[in-house]
Design a protein. Structure first.
Length: 338
């Protein structure tokens, strides 16, 4: 039995705790949150122990894994604290808000010889995994263009409204849009050569962003991410991937969610069974990606295998690309990446 401590009992803490409670070989041994009542209610829900202080939980010797579900500006401090107590760490995306912070986290985890994974969940999301698999096998030939969308109502669940504060969250540009940027880096296995971004800048930072990427293989990517939609707008994620011999279209609102239109006239509709759980806060009720992501993390820790799907350096590289997108949106210039 692996014993995990969760730090942060908000939206993602709730999601991770719910997923762990489905694993027979994992025990959530404690949940810490500075809002004691949040820790208490989540601990009651999954039969765990609430803590007010993250450090008190990290000191427990029988806990070997710490899961950081804190607002992004706190990731560095608490990942380093967990590593200093010799714990293996998983931390929610984005890794951090600056490259310096990300590098420090990576270096400390290496020095302390602890495992460190960043939870870039799209790499584990069934429809995105399907796309990665057909891309790698070249099942429909080479990828020519891909467009991705991620649209949400303004997130209002955060502690002290931290998501609306660019200094603490990086705004929609870093917090929301990094999902698709990270996935395109994973899909193509490369950084884009060039990018151009336009964003809608509001008081709390960029709330809506459009980026065009040009990748070394000649692939063009177009990504839209925004969280400035009205409260009644249902969360949407989508992509259209145009290959030499097929188009793959995914839309989280459709049933089925994904359709393959082959150039030979065949139409395929692969099934992706949702793992739905009631009572999770936030905008997503399907545990799918989170379930596969945390299962991957736990199994790779138990069997001491390297994290091939997402390394901390790749999470840092995705942050670097998103920061270049910010520079492009700020200056109106196309950015060439080294
Ligand atoms: N992978 C995804 O799909 C996804 C979705 C949403 C959020 N996230 C990420 O998850 C992280 C957490 O976001 P969230 O939506 O759960 O935020 P949240 O505000 O819902 O939860 C954060 C919790 O941390 C607690 N907290 C704040 N400071 C603390 C401290 N010093 N010690 C202990 N607890 C403290 C708050 O009380 C709150 O309960 C962020 O990095 C965010 O970007 C990822």
């Amino acid at each position: 039995m692996v014993r995990v401590g969760i730090i942060g009992a908000g939206f993602m803490g709730n999601m991770h705790a719910t997923v762990y409670s489905q694993f027979p070989d994992v025990k959530v041994a404690g949940i810490a949150d500075i809002r004691g009542e949040k820790a208490k209610s989540l601990a009651e829900k999954i039969k765990s122990i609430p803590y007010y202080s993250p450090e008190e939980l990290m000191k427990k010797e029988d806990i070997t894994i710490i899961d950081i579900c804190l607002p992004t500006f706190l990731h560095k401090q608490y990942v380093i604290m967990a590593a200093s107590y010799g714990k293996d760490v998983i931390c929610e995306k984005p890794i951090a808000l600056t490259i310096e912070e990300a590098d420090e986290m990576i270096n400390v985890c290496q020095e302390k010889r602890v495992r460190f994974m960043v939870a870039q969940v799209l790499r584990f999301w069934p429809e995105y995994r399907f796309l990665k698999e057909v891309y790698d096998r070249k099942k429909y030939g080479s990828l020519r263009t891909i467009s991705c969308q991620r649209l949400s109502a303004t997130p209002n669940w955060g502690w002290q409204n931290w998501l609306q504060d660019s200094e603490r969250s990086g705004s929609a540009l870093i917090d929301l849009h990094i999902h698709d940027t990270d996935f395109l880096l994973y899909l193509t296995g490369q950084k884009p050569e060039k990018l151009t971004s336009y964003g809608k800048l509001e008081e709390g930072g960029y709330t809506h962003i459009y980026t065009t990427f040009s990748f070394p293989q000649g692939i063009i990517g177009q990504v839209e991410g925004g969280w400035d939609l009205p409260a009644n707008y249902p969360f949407l994620m989508a992509f259209t991937a145009i290959f030499e011999r097929a188009v793959i279209e995914f839309n989280s609102r459709n049933k089925p969610t994904l359709v393959v239109y082959e150039a030979n006239g065949r139409i395929e509709r692969p099934e992706f069974a949702p793992k739905q759980v009631a009572g999770v806060e936030g905008n997503i009720s399907d545990l799918g990606g989170y379930y596969y992501e945390l299962r991957y993390f736990i199994e790779h820790v138990i069997h001491n295998k390297p994290f091939g799907v997402i390394t901390p350096e790749q999470a840092r590289d995705s942050l670097a690309v998103v920061l270049a997108e910010k520079e492009s949106a700020d200056t109106g210039k196309t950015i060439t990446l080294k």
